[in-house]
Design a protein around this ligand. Structure first.
Ligand code: SF4
Length: 289
């Protein structure tokens, strides 16, 4: 089966069938993101997608979940998405969960009715990269979103009955902006009240604008201790109930997983112990994206 070379999916979709319905990201301007830098965005043809479904129907019968790639698969026109969901239901009847990445623009390209219809047809989970709740940072990283637009887009996903998983990035504000980033991000997440928050730690890539700024000494990356303090400040200010919080992505220095607010004190104490060096951190050479 032919596939475009890069396939990126959230860690929790490790056991899903990955159907690549778009290639790249229609935005592709975030200064920290090197995932699709050399990839021209396009939607894949029906024939290409059908080949993937044919393959999955023969070889992936035990897998119960589908993840639609790439970077903002929700941008596919509504009629094409609906036809695809119907096809998945027919050709892969064992599937009980369909998930995809979306950005604010992709969510805004759908009406409330469109989102509701996708939910009816099997869409279950939307992964949204928020990165920061600090408008200065969102602007600096060229996210093309504000905290207000991200909150509005998130609300529409939740109102459609979909599971919303949000991603934020520790270290993205550098040393100087670290604490405001933590507090503003917590404030935005408190407003959104997503089902899941996943924290990644910035690992700059040489092919990105941010990587080049670091290389030229214009952006100062926080060290592991500063990242832990940022994470602590974020958690301290989070006030959303029944939210799964995960910082167990391979880029993080300290794996954390728990349910807020229930596990907040346990999480804070784990971070404190790591700051006091009572818990060993993941060394830089073992961190990965
Ligand atoms: S929207 Fe997501 S995939 Fe697209 S450039 Fe930004 S971080 Fe990368």
């Amino acid at each position: 089966m032919h596939r475009e070379p890069i396939l990126i999916r959230p860690p929790s979709e490790a056991h899903s069938i990955i159907l690549q319905i778009t290639v790249g990201c229609s935005h592709n301007k975030c200064t920290f993101c090197g995932a699709y830098k050399d990839v021209r965005f396009r939607t894949r043809s029906e024939k290409e997608i059908d080949r993937e479904i044919d393959f999955a129907s023969v070889h992936c019968q035990k897998q119960k979940k589908v993840f639609l790639a790439d970077g903002d698969a929700l941008i596919l026109p509504q009629n094409k998405l609906e036809a695809l969901f119907i096809k998945i239901k027919r050709r892969l009847p064992q599937i009980h969960r369909i998930s995809l990445y979306a950005n604010g623009r992709a969510i805004r390209s759908k009406t409330d009715q469109d989102l509701g219809r996708l939910k009816q047809l099997g869409l279950d989970r939307v992964y949204l990269g928020i990165e920061s709740g600090d408008d200065n940072i969102l602007s600096t990283i060229c996210k093309a979103e504000t905290s207000v637009s991200l909150a509005a887009a998130s609300k529409r996903v939740i109102d459609a009955g979909l599971f919303l998983s949000t991603t934020i990035i520790l270290g993205i504000a550098g040393i100087k902006g670290s604490m405001p980033h933590a507090r503003q991000t917590a404030k935005l997440l408190n407003k959104i009240k997503p089902n899941q928050i996943a924290a990644l730690t910035l690992m700059p890539l040489a092919n990105t604008q941010l990587g080049q700024l670091i290389g030229s000494g214009l952006f100062h990356l926080p060290d592991s201790q500063a990242v832990l303090k940022e994470l602590r400040e974020l958690i301290r200010h989070l006030d959303c109930d029944r939210v799964q919080f995960m910082a167990n992505h391979a880029s993080n220095y300290l794996p954390i997983s728990g349910r807020l607010q229930r596990d907040k004190d346990v999480i804070l104490s784990r971070i404190d112990n790591a700051i006091k060096r009572k818990i060993e951190l993941i060394p830089d050479y073992m961190r990965t994206l």
